[in-house]
Design a binder for this molecule. Sequence first.
Ligand SMILES: [Zn+2]
Length: 658
Amino acid sequence: MTSSNESTVDIAHVYRGTFVHSTDHTAVEILEDRLLGVDTEGKIAFIGSGQEVYSLSQKWRFEALAVTQLGQYEFFMPGMVDTHIHASQYSYAGTALDLPLLQWLNTYTFPVEACYKDLGFARNVYTHVVKRTLRNGTTTACYFATIHTDASLLLGQIANDFGQRALVGKVCMDTNNFVPHYRETPEESHDETNRFISELLEKKYPLVRPVVTPRFAPSCSAALLGHLGEIAQNNHLHIQSHISETKEEVKLVKELFPDYDSYTDVYHKHNLLTDKVSPTHTHTVQGHSVDNEDHNIAAYNDSGGNGSKYADVDDDYNDSGGNGSKYADVDDDYNDSGGNGSKYADVDYNDSGGQGSKYADDDYNDSGGQGSKYADVDDDYNDSGGQGSKYADVDDDYNDSGGNGSKYADVDDDYNDSGGNGCKYADVDYNDSGGNGCKYADVDYNDSGGNGSKYADVDYNDSGGNGCKYADVDDKGDGSQTVMAHGCHLTDEELKLFREKGASIAHCPNSNISLCSGMLDARRVLNHKVKLGLGTDVAGGYSPSMLDAVRRTLDTSKVLTIQDPQYQTLTFEEVFRLATLGGSQALSLDEHTGNFKVGKDFDALRVNTAIEGGPIDLINHGEGPKVLLEKFLNLGDDRNIAEVYVAGKRVVPFVERP
Ligand SMILES: [Zn+2]
């Protein structure tokens, strides 16, 4: 028995010292002498005061002596997010910066990218780029690979092996007149994109996801763009591409796509400019409070969210009413479950009465509801033990659900059984739903995370439960987010469209200056309330380090100030936020990373500004953390990054492999 103020979460590591991060309201928030606990799942379990070490160690059950203490000149900051980097171009980073974009692509890029047919070559470059970016503090990277599916899958594998959080894109391009051996037919591009997505998802890498990647409009036919928009929408995937990098390119797009209002409109009309929720998405009911009484959701196979006021009422088949839903499915059709606490749970055949439902089903083959007044107690076949039932079904037979609150829910690993609510060990096999309040809800395919479950499912096609601490956010929280690189020459109308669609921009200042492409007015983008992150754009940008992206962003903003003294220069604090929280928001991964918030993954850099032999000389000892941060951003390099953590796991220094 655990007392009420003792947590059941297992703590893996506790760190004490200074933590520096951004919030929505504060560009740089400094947390001095804090204790931060990371649980065994790699998530931040608590953040407390260093003074409270004793009481926290009681509550969270860790040894006070096992706390890792940071030094005086050290701090933790969130891992940096590179929102745009071409892994395939890393082989020639630091060279070939003497041509403008379109000539640069034909002369340097396409001939090199064609080499990735050779998997040995790909492995070598991709291993180097993943290691180099991790060492420089990039905990999340949004990668372009090449048109080659197998090499792109290899990049995903390498990122996974080294523990980097990554979006990986197989490049799509069916137009290339200058280097014709480096392009696909529209059919190849379409089919190989589907193969790439399904094979990468099958690997079930916890931190690596596919991203739909049309190279840019001039490399793609309208038909291909349309297919890719469809693929992204149907699979709820991220989308990345380039836009308005140079004026010459903007002119070319106008010639190639004369019937569109703008460059942005080309992507928009092909459903490639989206945010978390695409217009035809079927899961919009979940987690959204809809005030319109007449709101009608007509989607198939969807689960109403817990606490959702308007759970699925479309009267289609196979839908579950949400927990606490006022209007759970009442269509009296087959095979639907009434929601927990639902007032009007379904009362027809073969359905489960909801938890706390007033009118739970009591006919045949049904499950008694949790706290239901009339739970099924007939001891017949194929029924689930009721919630709070003393003797939940533990017979290890087929097709039974473990009871709610049962200590030993069905753990027989057979098929099609649901773990019970409040169960400590919910089932982890196929096609089953993790129960409400379950500590370890199921994490495989097609299952629903339970209500109040701490670790609800995070994979595809599943519904996150209401009140879930880590509810599934991929179908709407992570999916269909567009990030477009550059945007230097976007008009106000185009930025408005970005804002409206929720699409984001990856600002790549090193590349913009190195290829003389233009200068993004980042302040204008922020004023338009368009999501903005930073990117290295290797190898148009010559540095793979996000610290360089921070400095070039500040430089560009200062050049704009030189041109117009009234210009509101970006501060280093703001740019720090763009490199961390801003990037995670631009990629719609801010549920998981970007800053230090309880429930997020611990993606962090342990920065030591006083490292022996490092690039920073601390002349005035006793500098505060903000000064140390500014010095690190302007003067630091990978020598100052003592450790890198992704999802709680230390990934730098590298572990030597046999
Ligand atoms: Zn690029």
